[in-house]
Each structure stands twice: as C-alpha cells, then as structure tokens.
Design a protein around this ligand. Structure first.
Ligand SMILES: [Zn+2]
Length: 334
C-alpha cells in the first residue's frame, strides 16, 4: 500500500509539547519506511484558497492566515482549541494537497492509499477551526470530487471523537457515518442526530459508551455499517476518516479496542469498495499513541496488499443493543 505524506507536515507545532505532534507524521513515516509492502510517497503541494473555499468561506481563510502569521510563538486560534504558529496554515494547506494527490493516485491505479497528514480535519466546521483542526481535509476532498466529477462520497469516520465539522457538510453528495464516544468531546453526534436528505445523502451517528466497547463489537458495528452503505447508499467513492484514538492505550481517547481491529476494519472496507467498484482512501485524523498509529497502518496495509477476501465473521450480537436499533431505524428511512 502506498502511504502519501510530506516531510514538511512536521513544521506545525514543532517546538510545542502538544499531543498533536510532528512525530505523528515524522516518526510514523520513519517506522513505516522499514516495512515491506509499504511505499512512502512524498508528493504534496499547498492547496490554494480556491480549493479551501470549497468548504471554508474566504473570511475564515483570511482569519486563519492572519492569526497564524501574528501568533507569538504559539497561540490558540480565536474560533476554537487549535494551537497555531507561523507555519501552521502552510502545513494545513499541504495536508489538503496530500489528500488530493493521494486520491488522484487511487483513481489512476485503483489501489487504496493512506494519506498520512496533519493537522487533522474532522472537527473543522466551515467557519470554525477547533479540536486541533484548521481545515476539513476529507470535506474538501469530497466537495472537490462532487464539483469535478459529480461523485457522491461516503465519509466513514472511525476516530474516537465525533467529526462535527464533517457532519456539517452532509448533503449535496456527501454522506457521513461515524462511530465515536458519546457523550464526549465535542458533544455532538448523539443518538438522535440521524438524517437522510432529499438528495439521498445520509447522516448516521453510532454513539458508543465512553467506557468502551469490545473489539468484536467495534468490528461488528462497522461490518453492519458497511452493509448499510452497500445496500442503501451506494456511493461513488469511500473516504475513511482514520483516527486511531479509539485504540486501547491512547492518551486522549481510548475505547479499549485492540490495535489489530484496524486490520478487520480494513477487510470490511476493502470488501465494500470492491463490491461497489469504487475508490477507497484512508486519511489520518486523530490518534496520539505513535505505536498504535504505526501498528494500525501496518495492519491496514497488510490487508490491502493481500487483497484479503472473506469476512471477519464478527457476531452481530456483539453490537450494543442501542446501535442495533439505530441501524434498524436508518434502514427504514429510505
Ligand atoms: Zn479524535
């Protein structure tokens, strides 16, 4: 599997002790380089204002540019809890460039890729950066695909946290399915926040008790979610918001799920993309334990390199009862 990244992504928060650290790209890339079957590709560029404008109003783009330039060392962005410095906005632009390049690669040869980028993006709303996120990387990709090809995109978010920024983009060709701890930061994504728009786009929130979930339950719920996407959504592209802070031991999240769950999820996503015949891209969101990020990406790469067939066989009964009810209601909402 090709992992698309850029060494310049380490410049954001270089001299800080913030958990969203340069090591999340630099140390992870160095470790992945040593793995057979993983090819690191560095071919990013800085996305321009026109590209960011697919999601973010120019007034917000100007605000981020101004506040990053003016930051004395590091300072919080005025719209939310994102620490920024002089290099932060160029790094965020480069993260978007990496994601767009990575998807172009998938379109060219059909092989799934992993965009190893930072800062993450799923908390960034159109006019409000927050939760370590400046711009919504996956949202910009989805809007770009919609604008250039008319594609309907399903964004599947496995991060510990709910992607309030991505949820804000549902509609006009964007669907969003998210499993996340709830109630927990950022507070959104509760069991009542479900929708199917007139255009057929879906919002499906799968809130998990913050005390955790069994590994089998987590795998089974994503198998169920994938079956839903295949049967009643049938998107033209699948983007995984791949945050690994759900893994046991993460210092920020931690749902008690074993690291090897990433391989089982990858098999589910590979089968889904294969059945639909559509491109599949993973984009890093959160995850603050370096070994968990490395281990999860290695698991994902192994599945895609083997072109693994078959299913995980996780028991549907392992899915918590309240989530089974949410699935049942979502399937009625056609
Ligand atoms: Zn997260």
């Amino acid at each position: 599997m090709r992992v698309v990244t850029d060494i310049a992504l380490g410049a954001h928060l270089r001299a800080s002790t913030h958990p969203e650290s340069p090591d999340r790209v630099e140390s992870v890339a160095a470790a992945l380089r040593a793995h057979a079957g993983i090819a690191l590709v560095e071919e990013a560029y800085e996305a321009d204002d026109a590209t960011l404008s697919l999601v973010h109003p120019q007034s917000y783009i100007d605000l981020v540019a101004r506040e990053c330039e003016a930051a004395p060392g590091y300072a919080p962005l005025s719209t939310g809890d994102v620490l920024v410095g002089a290099d932060s906005f160029s790094v965020a632009r480069r993260a978007v460039g990496s994601v767009l390049r990575a998807f172009e690669g998938v379109q060219q040869d059909g092989a799934p890729r992993f965009a190893l980028v930072r800062p993450p993006g799923h908390h960034a709303e159109p006019a409000r950066g927050m939760g370590f996120c400046l711009v919504n990387n996956v949202g910009i990709l989805a809007r770009h695909l919609r604008a250039s090809t008319g594609a309907r995109v399903a964004i599947l978010d496995i991060d510990y946290h709910h992607g309030n920024g991505t949820q804000a983009l549902v509609g006009d060709g964007i669907s969003y399915v998210s499993s996340h701890a709830w109630p927990a930061y950022p507070g959104s994504g509760g069991p009542r926040e479900q929708a199917r728009t007139e255009s057929g786009d879906v919002l499906l929130n799968l809130p998990i008790d913050p005390r955790g979930i069994s590994t089998e339950g987590f795998v089974a719920l994503w198998e169920r979610a994938a079956a839903f996407v295949e049967r009643s959504l049938r998107p033209d592209a699948i983007v995984i918001s791949a945050g690994f802070d759900y893994v046991r031991g993460d210092p920020v999240g931690d749902l008690g799920v074993e690291r090897n769950a990433a391989g089982a999820l990858a098999r589910t996503f590979a089968n889904l993309a294969g059945e639909l015949g559509v491109p599949l891209l993973y984009v890093l969101e959160g995850g603050y334990d370096l070994e968990n990020i490395i281990g999860s990406i290695v698991e994902i790469a192994a599945v895609h390199d083997r072109r693994a067939e078959g299913t995980n066989g996780a028991a549907p009964e392992a899915i918590p009862e309240h989530l089974r009810e949410i699935f049942a209601r979502a399937e009625e909402r056609r």
